[in-house]
Design a protein around this ligand. Structure first.
Ligand code: PMP
Length: 364
């Protein structure tokens, strides 16, 4: 069978391994599996969202409100942005896909940092676009500015905080890159983990309304991380109406479910849950930093809900993550990104105890 030849250049995205896989392959009871591989919220969903899902469940036979009136209203109030500046996606992932299809083609190019979220490249290649990367994995303004001037990319991705490295880009650097971009270049600020950066250090906190100040920038946010709704698949994009109108042309009808819509709308007002999430997270993150220091692993300062350990030469990231998997602990191996490193989502105290004990055991 012949397919679109662009597919030849695409590596299928490998999602974090599911609990079910460990249960099936290693015969470990599901409640014994510790999943720290997909940057989910260890506290579970926001309680307000959970209640809204239960209340909405009897309406599961109905298509959702395709205008997403209530969710857009909630986001509009939360961020102080007009509703016509908001688009909702099945995860922010779907908005990345809309961006690619709306902007990219065979003569186009996209620019991103050397190590960043894998879907940017996959969506770009689907369109046959060229993928350009800066030399460093951190978002260095000079590197972006130089490549933008030389290559005039159609889309630039700024992932802050960045996945899978966990670092964040100072606000001033982000604005410098946006300001240097050509008016026809769409600069996407992917803030999937922004709530964590904002809780840690305000000088890294970028709000969607600040992005709206620029006619060629798009802010992406998600309910999958801090709000604990990864399984509901809701993300949002915020930009000038001209950009939103173009992206809306790519959107299929009813792209999120009736239950997802209810969950995200309720979660939007659950500040107490975000506070609890951050308190737990930063306490536990300190334990990861201390553990890494004690083991001689290098860490990248984390502004996210995960930590990336760069392993010393004698420890292979593939072997370590496989050995942990056999013990029922799922982490993300970053060998596919060309790094001898593992990315670990910070879990509950009990989950983290299990991870530390398993690492100790494997390293002997
Ligand atoms: N952007 C980044 C940087 C991510 O890490 C992720 C999830 N891994 C996404 C976007 C997509 O998240 P979602 O589709 O769940 O909103």
């Amino acid at each position: 069978m012949r397919f679109n030849p662009e597919l030849d250049a695409i590596k299928t995205y490998e999602a974090g391994k599911p609990i079910e896989l460990v249960v099936r392959e290693f015969g470990i009871a599901p409640e014994e599996v510790v999943k720290l591989a997909s940057n989910e919220n260890p506290l579970g969903p926001s309680p307000k969202a959970l209640e809204a899902i239960r209340t909405a469940a009897p309406q599961a036979h109905r298509y959702p409100d395709d205008s997403m009136f209530e969710l857009k209203g909630a986001l509009s109030r939360r961020f102080g942005v007009p509703e016509e500046s908001i688009i909702i996606g099945a995860g922010s992932d779907q908005i990345l896909e809309f961006v690619s299809r709306a902007k990219l083609h065979r003569e186009a190019s996209v620019l991103m940092s050397r190590i960043t979220f894998a879907m940017y490249e996959i969506y770009a290649r689907q369109q046959g676009a060229r993928v350009l990367r800066t030399p460093h994995w951190r978002h260095i303004p000079e590197e972006f500015v130089e490549l933008m001037e030389r290559e005039r990319p159609e889309v630039v991705y700024l992932c802050t905080p960045n996945n899978p490295t966990g670092d964040a880009t100072p606000k001033a650097d982000v604005f410098r890159i946006i300001e240097a971009a050509d008016p026809d270049t769409l600069v996407v600020v992917d803030g999937a983990y922004m709530e964590y950066a904002a809780a840690k250090d305000r000088s890294f906190a970028i709000s969607p309304s600040e992005i709206l100040a620029y006619p060629n920038a798009l802010y992406l946010g998600t309910f999958s991380k801090a709000y604990g709704l990864g399984g509901m698949r809701v993300g949002y994009g915020i930009a000038r109406p001209e950009i939103i109108r173009a992206l809306m042309k790519m959107r299929p009808p009813f792209n999120i479910t009736t239950l997802s819509l209810a969950a995200a709308t309720a979660a939007c007002g659950d500040d107490a849950f975000i506070e609890r999430t951050m308190e737990l997270h930063f306490n536990e993150l300190e334990r990861y930093e201390a553990f890494a220091r004690a083991k001689g692993f290098e860490t990248i300062e984390s502004f996210t809900n995960f930590i990336t350990w760069i392993l010393p030469e004698g420890i292979d990231s593939t072997r370590l993550s496989d050995a942990l998997l056999r013990r029922g602990v799922i982490v993300r191996n970053l060998a596919g990104y060309g790094l001898n490193a593992v990315r670990i989502t910070v879990g509950t105290p009990r989950e983290n105890d299990r991870l530390f004990a398993a690492v100790e055991e494997v390293l002997g």
